[in-house]
Design a binder for this molecule. Structure first.
Ligand code: AMP
Length: 276
């Protein structure tokens, strides 16, 4: 497995691969890898002749009071998982290499970034789109894989790639879950044993909603809220049902829609979503 820290060297390797007609599949991550990331790598492995993984905890997508400094890091285990997933190259840039002192450019996707997580995290998606555009320039992939777990992020990146005509295919990968339904997340390791028990109410509420014969979105949202509160999850950031493409809240349930939630458990903020 090749390893690069210098963005120029990574880009030179990617361009060399392209010259010899290799196809590059790319999985960008912030590390602390788990089975969710592995699912993206496996999907990428079957789509590219070269598979690139990046690990970079991107400061630009964390707010001033967010968990940048204690974001989980586990490089040794991450590299082992990368080997197991037959990654060809891992890209591990430093903050200084990505954001040198004279860095001045940011990308902003309008509207799609305002609702859902954009409410509580106003600068977050600007940081996400900026790093992803930069990584796409460095890694030059033919396809890039993202998890549906971060559904808004996936739609925002699809929009950016379409708007700027970036020649890359964006592939969404279904959410990988624990046995009790909780979506795998690097942040789950911050949960205490009691919080982890409580967290299972999130997928329970979402799966129950999928089976529900609700009259409309308000009724469904009320039911989801009741399930979460009954489990002791009172710090609910949002429960919203949106159009899966525009992310605009729906007023009826007669078309495909996406039910999205964000909940705080102690210091940890968890998000999840399901299709309706
Ligand atoms: P992160 O390291 O949290 O920035 O995530 C990197 C990529 O992995 C993103 O595309 C996430 O959506 C995806 N991802 C994270 N958790 C899961 C999961 N449980 N199932 C599928 N994909 C995931």
């Amino acid at each position: 497995m090749l390893s690069f820290t210098d963005p120029n060297q990574m880009q030179q390797q990617a361009l060399a691969w392209r010259q010899t007609s290799e196809t590059i599949a790319f999985v960008p991550t912030m590390g602390a890898l788990h089975r969710g990331h592995a699912a993206l790598l496996q999907a990428g492995r079957s789509r590219g002749t070269k598979l690139v993984l990046s690990i970079f905890v991107n400061p630009a997508q964390f707010g001033p009071n967010e968990d940048l400094s204690n974001y989980p890091r586990s490089l040794e285990a991450d590299l082992e998982l990368a080997q197991q997933c037959e990654v060809d190259a891992v890209f591990l840039p430093t903050q200084e290499a990505i954001y040198p002192a004279n860095f001045r450019s940011y990308v902003e996707v309008e509207q799609l970034t305002r609702g859902l997580c954009g409410g509580a995290r106003p600068e977050h998606f600007r940081g996400v789109t900026t790093i992803i555009l930069k990584l796409l320039q460095i890694v030059q992939p033919h396809c890039t894989l993202f998890g549906e777990k971060d559904y808004q992020q996936l739609q925002v990146i699809r929009r950016m790639v379409t708007d700027f005509m970036i020649p890359v295919e964006i592939i969404g990968v279904p959410t990988v879950r624990e046995a009790d339904g909780l979506a795998l997340s690097s942040r789950n390791q911050h949960l205490s044993a009691a919080e982890r028990q409580t967290a299972r109410a999130i997928p329970e509420a979402l799966f129950a909603a999928q089976e529900m014969k609700a009259q409309g979105p308000d009724e469904m949202i009320t039911a989801v809220r009741a399930t979460l509160i009954a489990a002791g999850l009172r710090d609910i950031d949002y429960i919203t049902i949106v159009n899966p493409n525009t992310l605009v809240p729906v007023t009826r349930l007669d078309q495909p829609a996406r039910l999205c939630v964000a909940v705080r458990i102690g210091e940890t903020r968890l998000i999840d979503n399901v299709g309706l």
